[in-house]
Design a protein around this ligand. Sequence first.
Ligand code: CA
Ligand code: CA
Length: 367
Amino acid sequence: MKKYTTLLLGFLFTITLAQAPAGYYDGTDGLTGYALKTKLSTIISNGAQDLGYGALWVTYATSDVDKYYEKDGTLLDMYSEKPLGPDAYEYTIGASDVGGDQCGSANQNKEGFCYNREHSLPKSYFGDQAPMANDAHFVVPSDYYVNSQRGNYPYGETISPSWISTNGSELGPSNFPGYSGTIFEPIDEFKGDFARMHLYFVTRYEDKLTSFTQYQSAANPLDGTTDRGYKQWYINLLLKWDAQDPVSQKEIDRNNAVYNRQKNRNPFIDHPEWVKMIWTSTLSSNDVVLFKKTLSIYPNPVKNGELHLSGYGLGEISKVQIYSMEGKLIQTIEQNIKNTGKILLQNRSKGMYILKAGDQSIKFLVQ
Ligand SMILES: [Ca+2]
Ligand SMILES: [Ca+2]
């Protein structure tokens, strides 16, 4: 009985932490569409504090700690974290003069050297102005080198990456309907996290969006409107990512930690249902099927050099290729791949690999 009580208390505690303060979202009842968005914009702007750019380092010490993967108290960097582990490197939180790995003035162009502050919505899209530039709800800690590779490219999806980071984040031409320029694709684990950050941005800064048109470019997904906020292809992308990677405990904790610092919240973490109540996707069901990744690998991690592929459309696939994380082709399997059919790996070295079949890429770990 005592055990159940403890479990129940733990459960209640978690739920309590996940909630916004009583009354925070007062006035939203019955609202939908862009009227709801405008009300949320007022709510989350009210009392929001701009702590400045330097304060982000301090915020990260509570908002971006790995309590979910290695659970080792190192920095949780979404551009280098490998959910299946092991990470290629870990960062100690804090400035270098106190033993941390925060970037200083002598940064090196390689992964794993230091972490800095990444505007997940590039700062060039809004002229690097405050308070946007200092907002921890979408400015996150990330590896310096991956951050610099990403540059000012919008997020998107690619099936032919020109560059892949150690955790599988990709740079390449967009394959997402409606955009064909270069994009940066974070790993699946964090796609919803970034989608909800970007939906927060066009809600929090709704009254400033028209002024950002002076920074407009083909790569900039902001559309200059106060309501929808982004070009339709980008809304389609964010809604897809929001649906495929729902709110996690990591995001709930992060929302609370940022709230404790800058006194405003991301409403789409507190109320995920509001995303679809405000925005509408124009992706046709064909597009959704075309871009739905249906193949899966098991077991993953792979043991004994044997992996099995399963999923829709396998019968039409006659070639499977396996790549290293650096993009080097390791093995080509040219045979009719049967559902749950076995593939024997020639290279059984431990590490992360990518399997490509048709237009799909799947990452897997060899143990
Ligand atoms: Ca980690
Ligand atoms: Ca996630």
